[in-house]
Design a protein around this ligand. Sequence first.
Ligand code: GAL
Length: 357
Amino acid sequence: MINGDLWPDNKGVHINAHGGGILAHGGQYYWFGEDKIAGVEGRLAWHGVHAYSSSALIHWQDEGIALAVNDDPASPICRGCRIERPKVIFNKATGRFVMWFHSTNDKHTLARSGVAVAEHVLGPYRLVHARRPDAGRWPLNATEADRDPATAGVAAAVGESAFGNGEWDFNTRHNILGRDFANGQMARDMNLFVDDDGAAYHIHASEHNGTLHIARLTDDYLDHAEYVRAFPNRWMEAPAMFKRDGRYYLLMSGCTGWAPNAARGAVAEHPFGPWREIGNPCRGVNPANGLGAELTYGSQSTFVLRLPDDRYLAMFDLWQPKDFIDSRYLWLPVVFTSEGYEIHWTPEVVIGLQRRG
Ligand code: GAL
């Protein structure tokens, strides 16, 4: 498999699971992602979350739609909404599969977390709720200034629509966290991470994308238990958390919509931080488009997969915003260093698992 080429499934159709992630369960791999249609309309959800299965990560079987849209205009997953960056984890205590995703509308203003559950890995998943998390809950690292009702009131009076993407100074001057304390925090680009002790974390862009929130989930994985703010006013999107030898790592993008930007890396000793940025981890150039680390080879991060032999693969989306169904995938090896990690361009997707696909 050549990075960035069409990736045919068992029916010869290009895999349709964008902004996705992979769950290893019962000796199989399951890839869940956004099902896209052709053209710019592909930015919206017309079918739902698409699932594929594989034993060795190269040959993928189409398993159809795991979470389907419906035709109820009152539903958060009505056809034509947005279902972005879906991820699935397994809860050992409840025996259920839990999916989280960014749940929003065409205008991209809702900033909610969708949560769906299923008894079987491939679904059907049923929506539990879609809402802004952490209503009435301060982050563990909230400051006195964050809790100031006066500045929260000023931010509320400004109105949400005044806060555009990337408006660093405007955001910094406003107490968005305080504004959203009562009704819940914004939740956009996201990922899930399950630690060795079974504690699961939801990492999501919040506060109009200016600041990431990292939340530990409740034991059933359906809600947040507690959370911290991380990277205040650094405009991180597309977060992917992974762990090796007791250290935690994040791979993220900047905030430029579908257009690529430079990736960012960070390291911590605990999922709640403190996080230390290590700059852009990417190395090398994608010869197909001539783009290197400065634009993440033309792509944006979506997930980091740990293989059983202690290798890690960083997964990226090469978005095609004029024809979403043609968006491609890059799977690149993660190389660990004393400082943190690097991601190296390689022409081929190298898996090398000793199992038949
Ligand atoms: C990107 C984000 C995508 C999607 C897109 C919409 O920055 O990573 O998941 O939300 O913006 O413009």
